[in-house]
Design a protein around this ligand. Structure first.
Ligand SMILES: [Cu+2]
Length: 329
């Protein structure tokens, strides 16, 4: 009966390896009582003794507030679906309201990217992506048919209520009845094919930092230089974090008609990844009067620090860590 012991030893070995891999900033290691938060642990979960320090490092690296899309209610606004579950098959009407701080449906919106509200639907395995623009009734109900396969879906409403300074992204789940096979996240890639078009991705997502991403569209080996404006840009990019579907803030660089921005082949965006990890990127672009979506899997940051601290000469890199005051636990 010493199998459990062996397993236990093996597990401890794994923890030790993991602790070593986590490297800098992690002298305490993931076992044992939680290290007191170094500086600015912004999450207020009091029960974090088993959480990994890597996660804490990642969130500490992000000075911004929480990413969008993770909440059904925020800043007094609530996404209220008419039905939390839907039948499977074909095209299904979906309707919802945005309730304001007065709990009444919001009927006045500021237009952003040519629309008052953008609805993103994606199954929770990041398949089935749809970006649509529902119709608003005078009473404040948004309606749109969606093509929903069986499974758990996430709906994101991206909108800016009139009178508010900033746009909100609220998210809600919808269960679609029936059996389904989860689709694995695709391998990280810088090339996507859609409908005879090839889209390449240049640039890296950086945890906690805005980075430039350039997507370049070609067809039959020829750069596409006559992209059509779509949503006041030559492309619309949505990025979702694998695992919780956090919705990244992305904005295009330039817009059609500004005298600078060309209609392809390159479309440039600025995106901020809230943490290290995998993301799914969805680029909508319009050409030949058809909107198509190119999808990529991308990673932000390295999974673990690759260079042990002591091997670095006392140069600029180490200096930066010391400034942060949290590199050496
Ligand atoms: Cu939209």
């Amino acid at each position: 009966m010493n199998t459990p012991t062996k397993l236990g030893t093996y597990a401890l070995g794994l923890v030790a390896v993991f602790g070593a891999a986590a490297g800098i900033g992690n002298a305490v290691g993931p076992v044992g009582p939680a290290a007191p938060a170094h500086d600015t642990a912004t999450h207020d979960d009091p029960d974090t003794e088993s959480s990994m320090d890597m996660t804490q490092q990642s969130s500490a690296a992000n000075g911004a507030h929480a990413p969008g899309g993770l909440q059904i209610s925020e800043n007094g606004y609530t996404l209220q679906l008419d039905r939390p579950d839907l039948p499977v098959g074909g095209v299904t009407p979906v309707s919802f309201r945005i309730l304001g701080p007065d709990e009444e449906p919001v009927t006045a919106y500021d237009t952003a990217h040519d629309e008052d509200l953008h609805l993103i639907a994606v199954r929770r395995d990041l398949s089935g992506y749809q970006h649509v623009h529902p119709e608003l009734s005078p009473e404040g109900t948004w309606s749109i048919p969606l093509n929903l396969t069986a499974g758990m879906w996430r709906l994101f409403a991206d909108f800016d209520p009139a009178g508010e300074d900033a746009a909100l992204v609220l998210g809600a789940d919808v269960a679609v009845a029936g059996g389904f096979t989860p689709v694995p996240l695709g391998e990280a890639s810088t090339t996507a094919e859609v409908d005879g078009y090839t889209v390449t991705l240049d640039g890296d997502l950086v945890p906690g930092q805005e980075s430039e991403l350039t997507l370049s569209v070609s067809r039959d080996g020829q750069p596409v230089t006559d992209l059509q404006p779509y949503l006041a840009a030559y492309g619309h990019l949505v990025a979702l974090r694998d695992g919780d579907l956090a919705y990244l803030h992305v904005h295009p660089a330039g817009e059609p008609g500004d005298g600078v921005t060309k209609p392809g082949p390159d479309i440039t965006f600025y995106a901020t990844a809230p943490s290290a990890g995998d993301y799914r990127l969805f680029l909508d672009f319009k050409h030949g009067d058809v909107v198509r979506t190119a999808e990529f899997t991308g990673s932000a940051g390295a999974p673990a620090p690759s260079v042990p601290d002591r091997d670095e000469p006392a140069a600029e890199g180490a200096g930066e860590h010391d400034d942060g005051g949290h590199a050496h636990g």
